[in-house]
Design a protein around this ligand. Structure first.
Ligand code: MTE
Ligand code: HPA
Ligand code: MOS
Length: 767
């Protein structure tokens, strides 16, 4: 069998997941730690705080620094520029200066010739702390006035007046825990000094420009002296949108000061204890409905656990508000959110960016109403789904809405009534095994909520042999971006995919990049690629017409490298015509730019049109709970997902499956546990459980709602990175429903994740 398969073997786009798929499985793809070490490379190890809050009384690292192989130990005072890495708010030092605010906070950097020497030095360092009170709970932080940023409030209609007209009003409290990113590739960077007082940094980051900016700031040099290069990430999931900058700055600082190559890569346990995670939230809701079960009013207050520094939490807080009403039309809304400062590692972006946390509360509120009124939640959900012309609490008017169409397509294929009957019959028959189901509609806004970030650039080169190089500001992290960028360029030019190579993401080639995040990378960078390709086309077309004596009114284009004139294939091809174009001195390179039109948001009124469009979908989840053991199995998840006109179903299905399973993990089994001293107890893979092949649903069935409606998505192929995560919320309610089938008097609270332990306690508890 040939092992030399290349992308040319997969002309069928249905199976084209990108240029890397063989290299990935063969272990040939290069990640930061695979970059060949240069002569004299130093290893950088972080010495971090063992307490969550306190004053540093003394730091003694003389003995450590004298060990053989140890070159230098850096403290805050060795930083050549500013000791500051805060992205949105400048509230986070790179190295602790006088005080520590969380367990795992970097205090010193050990630069050594070998990893062993660095490790030995680590154990020789002596620090004395004067402990200060530790807060891990966001409500306690709020009560003590510890906020990371000002609180936010979204308001639509008048909830106070509306509650008076409600037949039913219910209130409740919910808790949702964080989530460890657990990207396969841990945080890390490799840096070396270059000419003119500059550095080149290879970073595992979603935000090359964020890294460039942070490194420049910490080193005290210009951004033009910092070149950041990213080939790909072994996963980011939001964890490398902001937090990669710290490790890049550490490697760069050592390289810059010692004039040697330096590598700083965290091992798994360091990564788990030092880096922030998905923000946990504690929330209060009040929901009011009329007698037809239409939701008239919804009030919600979110207490976000931000951790010890702002990081991206202020932006995450905002997205929680944007998604507080999920997929429902609610005419009167009052949503408040507080970003609370605690002594945990600064929490950060994680797939969904606060949206899932907001949507979870909404679903709890509906579930609670359903239980109180003795109906199933799907009755309330379906009645209140968004429609065109409805208004979101932030003022955007709903358009091209697919909430009902996704739900109804699913319902057409599986009768919810029948499922209810089957499950009820099963539960009657079986004493110790119970089944449950749930529906989970989603609605997710596409665009960075910070309007400024919705811009991108691309650099497209057509080389004189007809091959094409594409650079964008987007980072490949497993989400299939490079596949999509190749498709866009191939389509624009009319050439075959094998002509195109997507280059690494490099801040000297494409500048001022927005992070690859908000599910917007393909939309933004794809449109920038289109723009660059169009510019080259505009130069090529008149040239070819003149060269081949084709009339100016004739249409010419390429299909799979062949030139067509007025729809008829010619004997001319791309490669041959590019060679001539070069000889005739045609500019074969272009820089493209894209900025999303229409979008805007006014933070003073909290109103606007922040999203280019929304993505919808509905999931049906069926589970079986073992009521003797508290364990459960996910039987089926059936999804109808609004993909628009998917440009790459293989990639997009993969994103749906991966997002779903990651969401299920967050809602069911992944439990981040800190003790009251702020120490992470779930600090290794032995104590933090993520879904494996045995815990994924026995059946996952994803169907696309195919639409060709006009939207701002790239090639009308809607963004898909984050939305599917929220289907996983359905698993939580399906399991909860099975617990209730066994024990209607359970005291199980709305506290996610619903781990087997919580299920077991819930099965045998009383209100
Ligand atoms: N898929 C893989 N395989 N690895 C990742 O790190 N990140 C997710 C999602 N899917 C991620 C992923 C997150 S958090 C986002 S925002 C999007 O991909 C980012 O890529 P996109 O903008 O191209 O969708
Ligand atoms: N989503 C994801 N990442 C972000 C956003 C957002 O809306 N804003 C800033 N970073
Ligand atoms: Mo994704 S959380 O926007 O990186």
């Amino acid at each position: 069998m040939s092992t030399k398969k290349t992308i040319s073997d997969s002309k069928d786009i249905k199976s084209f997941t990108g240029p890397d798929f063989y290299n990935h499985v063969a272990g040939k793809s290069i990640y930061v730690d695979d970059i060949p070490a240069m002569e004299g490379m130093l290893f950088v190890k972080v010495f971090d705080s063992v307490i969550a809050h306190g004053k540093i009384l003394s730091l003694d690292y003389t003995a450590a620094e004298q060990l053989e192989g140890v070159v230098k130990i850096f403290s805050a005072k060795d930083i050549t520029g500013e000791n500051q890495i805060g992205g949105i708010i400048p509230d986070e030092p790179l190295l602790a200066d006088g005080e520590v605010h969380f367990c795992g906070q970097p205090v010193l950097l050990i630069a050594a010739e070998t990893e062993d020497a660095a490790e030995e030095a680590y154990h020789k360092i002596k620090v004395e702390y004067d402990p200060l009170p530790v807060i891990t709970n966001p409500r306690e932080a709020f009560a003590k006035g510890k906020l990371l940023t000002s609180s936010r409030k979204f308001q639509l209609g008048d909830t106070t007046a509306a509650f008076k007209n409600c037949t039913y009003v219910f209130e409740g409290t919910t808790e949702v825990n964080g989530q460890e990113h657990l990207y396969l590739e841990t945080q890390g960077a490799y840096a070396y000094p270059t000419e003119h007082n500059s550095v080149r940094v290879y970073s595992s980051t979603q935000g090359p420009t964020q890294v460039q900016k942070t490194v420049a700031r910490v080193l005290g040099i210009g951004m033009n002296q910092v070149e950041v290069d990213v080939a790909r990430l072994g996963g980011g999931f939001g964890g490398k949108e902001d937090q990669a900058s710290a490790y890049a700055a550490m490697a760069a600082l050592v390289a810059y000061v010692l004039k040697k190559p330096a590598k700083c890569i965290l091992n798994r346990m360091e990564d788990m204890r030092m880096t922030g995670k998905r923000n946990p939230y504690s929330s209060d809701f009040k929901i009011g409905l009329d007698k037809e079960l239409k939701i008239l009013a919804y009030e919600v207050t979110h207490y976000q656990n931000g951790g010890a520094a702002a990081d991206l939490s202020p932006a995450i807080l905002e997205r929680t508000l944007f998604h507080s009403t999920n997929s429902y039309n609610i005419p009167n809304v009052l949503a408040t959110a507080h970003s609370c400062k605690t002594n945990l590692p600064p929490n950060t972006a994680f797939r969904g960016f606060g949206g899932p946390q907001g949507m979870y509360v909404m679903e709890c509120a509906i579930d609670y109403v359903a239980k109180q009124l003795g109906v199933t939640a799907d009755i309330i959900q379906r009645k209140n789904l968004l429609k065109d012309g409805d208004e979101f609490s932030y003022g955007q008017i709903v358009s091209a809405c697919e909430a009902e169409s996704c739900w109804d397509k699913l319902e057409k294929e599986v009768s919810i009534e029948k499922i209810k009957e089957e499950i009820n019959a099963f539960n009657k028959e079986n004493k110790l095994i119970k089944k449950g189901y749930s529906l989970m509609p989603i609605c997710f806004g596409i665009s960075f909520t910070n309007t400024m970030l919705n811009q991108a650039r691309a650099l497209v080169h057509v080389y004189l042999d007809g091959s094409i190089g594409v650079s964008t500001g987007g980072v490949e992290m497993g989400q299939g971006l490079n596949a999509k960028m190749m498709q866009v360029a191939a389509k624009e030019f009319g050439v075959s995919l094998i002509r195109i190579k997507v280059e690494s993401t490099n801040t000297s080639r494409v500048v001022n990049t927005s992070p690859s995040a908000a599910s917007s990378t393909a939309d933004l960078n794809g449109k920038a690629v289109q723009d660059a390709c169009k510019q080259i086309q505009e130069r090529l077309v008149p040239f070819i017409k003149q060269e081949l004596s084709i009339g100016i009114n004739d249409t010419i284009y390429f299909v799979q490298d062949i030139l067509y004139v007025n729809g008829i294939a010619t004997t001319h091809n791309w490669k041959q015509l590019i060679a001539i174009a070069y000889v005739k001195r045609i500019n074969l390179s272009a820089k493209g730019h894209y900025a999303t039109p229409v979008i805007n948001f006014d933070k003073t009124t909290e109103k606007g049109h922040p999203f280019a469009y929304h993505v919808y979908g509905t999931a049906l989840t069926k589970v079986t709970v073992d009521c003797l053991r508290g364990t459960y199995e996910l039987d089926t998840v059936k999804i109808v997902h609004d993909a628009g006109a998917s440009m790459n179903p293989a990639v997009d299905i993969g994103q749906c499956e991966g997002g779903l399973v990651q969401g299920i993990g967050w809602m069911t089994m992944e439990e981040v546990v800190y003790n009251e001293n702020g120490k992470l107890l779930s600090n290794a893979l032995s104590t933090y459980k993520i879904p494996d092949i045995y815990s994924v649903p026995n059946e996952i069935d994803i169907e696309f709602l195919k639409t060709e409606k006009d939207n701002l998505a790239i090639l009308k192929s809607k963004a898909v990175g984050e939305p599917p995560l929220m289907y996983g919320i359905g698993a939580y309610f399906a399991i909860r429903n099975a617990v209730l089938a066994f024990n209607p008097n359970t005291n199980i609270t709305y506290h996610a994740p619903i781990t087997p332990e919580k299920v077991l306690m819930g099965l045998y508890s009383k209100k």
